[in-house]
Design a protein around this ligand. Structure first.
Ligand code: BG6
Length: 490
């Protein structure tokens, strides 16, 4: 049974309290933590946003959101009523020239209590919000501020946001969210690597042939065209989620689980990533954009149709990258990264492919290498593919079969959403699952360089059909190296 240790009472103020993130993730996450008795009832959750709305209307909205995210068997009207007692709403338009912070200030309780400001707004409001809080005298030593992604759209804008926020809050009070770090299987990457003596001796260029990281989504734009078309797959998924996964796979063992020990090792990986120029961007990366097709047997429009009639766009909805890490552990081991929208299935997997034995006495088995496949979603699992002899008296036939650790079969519990863990870590003041300023900026440096290289090479996205495995050029990227993408259906 999972143990839920209650956190200290807190006041949580959600800026963007009526938005999509609040409704889909934050409020349901808080409700679930309350159901598991992790949130003391003397806590307050205060939504704030531009809309004029009464507390009753906010509670109605929150109830619909929490109900939709809770299994029928778990829902309890009585528990909801108790949770609702902790919920408040206060309208505040941060973008307005004249703002009255007093009503919000009146809603927060003691200065001695932990206070969390969650900025679930457009990033352009991060600095005005922090400055407003400061001027209103609402920043105390017990405060933490949470910044949602995207933190900027390039190094310059990320740096400006960091400067503005750091002018008000100390770095130790700033929690930059990458929700992938709250996923159970992502946290398990560190346990797998650093708590099992088995892997570390194998974890380098001496035994690993290459690594693949795939985050495939079957969804399309989901009404976010305005944001996505200015962003694209590289900024939306690689700069944060995929680079975080890469760091956890590639980093040196940290000295301890202390936040700075972990983050210091991650940043070394980001700094060691090889940069691109116009020529290597052409040979080592692929940009794609989906056209209409069938996703899970349902007709799906193309990207341009989703944008609107007559729209044109060079934004990539798919990206594949052959990345190199220039250090002693990884020199010569490619990390193939790919992510795309409207792919065949929603799957996120990390594949560590090992080198063949030095001399095979069983003939050529190189088409079935040893692999460690870590499946992050939809069904969490770790599989280690080993060679075994096929039973039978005939010849000696080798087969590759997995040792299969399925989380669902091993642990019969509901998997908490990433935000549930992350919110509780913020209240506890544990920064280990959040990104430090230099980490975010180092990730942008690498991404900015690739965008410049794309611009220099005039790279246009190639088409792929919605519901497919992505563009042919992506398969060719590995084929040229005599390798192929791991087919997750296998
Ligand atoms: C978000 C991206 O950060 O992550 C979305 O902005 C993407 O475009 C989402 O769909 C994927 O998250 P998950 O948890 O569904 O894999």
């Amino acid at each position: 049974m999972a143990q839920f240790v209650p956190v200290d009472p807190f006041d949580l103020i959600i800026f963007g309290g009526t938005g999509d993130l609040s409704q889909r993730k934050l409020l349901p996450a808080l409700f679930h933590r309350y159901l598991d008795e992790q949130i003391p009832e003397s806590s307050r959750i205060i939504g704030t946003a531009r809309s004029e709305m009464s507390r009753e209307d906010y509670l109605d909205m929150a109830k619909t959101a929490c109900h939709a995210a809770t299994a029928d068997a778990t829902w309890s009207e009585e528990k909801w009523q108790n949770f609702a007692e902790m919920l408040y709403y206060q309208p505040l338009d941060i973008s307005a020239s004249k703002k009255d912070w007093k009503p919000l200030k009146d809603l927060v309780t003691s200065e001695k209590k932990i206070r969390v400001y969650y900025l679930a707004t457009a990033p352009s409001l991060y600095i005005p919000t922090c400055e407003g809080l400061d001027k209103a005298g609402m920043v105390t030593s017990q405060c933490r501020v949470v910044l949602e992604k995207p933190i900027g759209r390039d190094l310059e804008s990320a740096h400006a946001i960091n400067e503005g926020v750091c002018a008000v809050f100390d770095e130790s009070q700033i929690f930059r969210i990458d929700h992938y770090l709250g996923k159970e299987t992502v946290q398990n990457l560190m346990v797998l690597r650093f708590s099992n003596s088995l892997f570390e001796p194998l974890w380098s260029r001496n035994h690993i042939d290459h690594v693949q990281i795939t985050v495939a989504e079957s969804l399309g734009l989901e009404g976010r065209a305005g944001y996505y078309d200015k962003s694209g797959a590289l900024r939306d998924m690689v700069q944060n989620h995929i680079l975080q996964l890469l760091c956890l796979i590639a980093m040196e063992p940290p000295q301890s689980m202390d936040a700075d020990d972990i983050r210091t090792e991650k940043i070394k990986v980001l700094r060691a990533l090889t940069r691109f120029d116009a020529s290597t961007a052409k040979t080592q990366t692929v940009r794609g954009q989906y056209t209409e097709g069938l996703v899970e047997k349902q007709p799906a429009p193309g990207y341009l149709e989703e944008l609107g009639e007559g729209e044109t766009s060079n934004t990539e909805t798919y990206v594949a990258i052959k990345a190199d890490i220039a250090n002693w552990r990884w020199a010569g081991v490619p990390f193939y990264l790919r992510t795309g929208k409207r792919m065949k299935h929603r799957t996120s997997e990390i594949v560590i492919q090992f080198k063949p034995v030095a001399h095979s006495i069983f003939g050529d088995t190189s088409d079935q290498p040893n692999r460690l496949v870590i499946r992050l979603q939809p069904d969490e699992a770790v599989r280690l593919f080993l060679h075994i002899k096929e039973p039978g008296p005939g010849g000696l036939h080798i087969k590759s079969l997995p040792l299969n650790l399925s989380y669902a079969e091993s642990f019969h519990i509901r998997y908490p959403d990433a935000y549930e863990r992350l919110l509780m870590e913020v209240v506890r003041g544990n920064l280990a699952l959040f990104m430090r300023r230099d980490e975010v900026e180092a990730a942008w440096q690498w991404v900015d360089n690739l965008i410049e290289a794309w611009e220099a090479s005039d790279a246009k996205p190639v088409n792929y059909t919605a519901g497919s495995e992505g563009p042919l050029a992506s398969a060719m990227l590995l084929d040229r190296d005599g390798r192929s993408w791991w087919a997750s259906d296998k």
